[in-house]
Design a binder for this molecule. Structure first.
Ligand code: HSE
Length: 405
């Protein structure tokens, strides 16, 4: 079967590499069909690349080629990926992607278009890089009512936090290494400020509960306010700081979903997830907690998931997989700040007498080099709005949610 790849960056070049390096085994997985890359779309030149004969700058070369049945979209971004994907689906070609921004923003329209045209739109690589999570969530856990999901969904920030926690490395130094290793987005702000994790939360929430959740509905906070002092206090508490995406089922008509730094205690399966690794913990009513773990970013891990989707498409030509979600609405994702109760870590310029007069039950933390006018503590459970009210007259340096996953 002839296939095409759109976008020859880190992931796209990995897709071509995996298809070629597994040319012997792929036909055994598809039921006989080999995958042969016929076109690679990219506006850039790659002089000396061994695939020079396959490169095109014209999307129509792929769209109008009837031999091409499956296309991997590894361009990233919403435009022109959305327009290209729509046209390909309407032309009867299946599309697979690692593009979480596109799926999170336009997944509903693309899935509907795929259904109308009897083809597949698959995106295993869009969440967790090489970790199998989309199929397990929709197929293997289908018998469960999902109660909640918590995930370390961004490799770059997990790498940065791990370097800060374990090596005392500065934020900037760790980010530079993550970029050099090809983990980060083109603009690493999307990693650091949590937007990449937010898109993955949208995809997981949409799949788990059947209604499209958009990035604008998921309150998102990144890791740029986390300091080595916070890391040190949380170490004293017996935990680590992770950038977590959290999704909680409330009822048929509402869920909570948010992305933020969170304290994870060392007993949690999520606490030991280090470096570029991601993990998604799914809480089902029948199965209990299951945790999916693996490399969350990088060329070959992500390509592994993209090519698996291409193989799945090759197995399902003329047979659409039943897969997707329906429309959501504005009120579907509730304001978690007034509904979800949890403990909080607080660091402030204050003293214990003052803190004891505000909070009924706190656990104080210490760190080496702690100034005499600084306190840090974990509160009992309350909503974020209740916390805000309590600390409104305090000189607060930082607050971080504490998760129960
Ligand atoms: N920039 C992303 C990350 C790539 O660091 O996880 C994988 O989505």
């Amino acid at each position: 079967m002839k296939v095409a790849v759109m976008g020859y960056g880190t992931v796209g070049s990995g897709v071509v590499e995996v298809i070629e390096s597994h040319s012997d085994s792929i036909p055994k997985k598809t039921g006989g069909e080999a995958l042969e890359v016929k076109h690679i779309l990219d506006l850039r030149d790659f002089p000396g690349d061994s695939h020079e004969a396959l490169f095109t700058k014209d999307f129509n070369d792929i769209l109008n080629d009837d031999e091409v049945k499956v296309v991997a979209e590894t361009m990233g971004g919403v435009n022109p990926a959305f327009d290209f994907t729509m046209k390909l689906l309407k032309a009867g070609k299946s599309v697979v992607t690692s593009n979480k921004e596109l799926v999170a923003n336009k997944g509903l329209e693309l899935l509907n278009t795929a259904e109308e045209n009897g083809v597949n739109y698959l995106f295993e690589a869009s969440v967790g890089g090489g970790i199998p999570i989309i199929r397990p969530l929709t197929q293997c856990l289908a018998a469960n009512h999902i109660e909640g999901i918590a995930g370390i969904l961004n490799g770059t920030t997990n790498f940065i936090l791990t370097m800060m926690i374990e090596k005392g490395m500065s934020f900037d130094e760790a980010l530079k290494i993550a970029q050099d290793k090809g983990y980060a987005e083109k603009d690493p702000t999307a990693d650091i400020e949590g937007h990449d994790a937010c898109r993955k939360v949208c995809i997981l929430a949409s799949l788990a509960f059947g209604k499209h959740v958009y990035p604008s509905q998921v309150e998102t906070q990144g890791i740029s306010d986390i300091t080595l002092e916070d890391v040190s206090y949380i170490n004293c508490a017996g935990g680590v700081i992770k950038l977590l995406g959290q999704i909680k089922y409330i009822n048929e008509d509402s869920i909570a979903a948010f992305v933020s730094p969170a304290v994870v205690y060392n007993g949690s399966q999520l606490a030991s997830v280090k470096d570029v690794f991601n993990a998604v913990l799914v809480r089902g009513d029948a199965v209990g907690d299951v945790c999916f773990y693996g490399p969350g970013a990088g060329k070959l891990p992500t390509a592994s998931a993209v090519v698996a989707d291409m193989i799945d498409c090759a197995k399902h030509t003329n047979r659409r997989k039943i897969f997707g979600w329906g429309a959501g609405d504005e009120d579907y994702v509730v304001d978690y700040k007034s509904t979800i109760k949890m403990p909080f870590y607080v660091r402030a310029k204050s003293d214990c007498a003052k803190i004891n007069s505000i909070f009924s039950d706190v656990r104080y933390l210490t760190r080496t080099g702690q100034p005499s006018d600084e306190v840090a503590f974990i509160t009992d459970i309350m909503t974020e709005n209740e916390l805000k009210e309590k600390i409104k007259d305090l000189n607060v340096i930082n607050t971080i949610k504490v998760t129960n996953y």
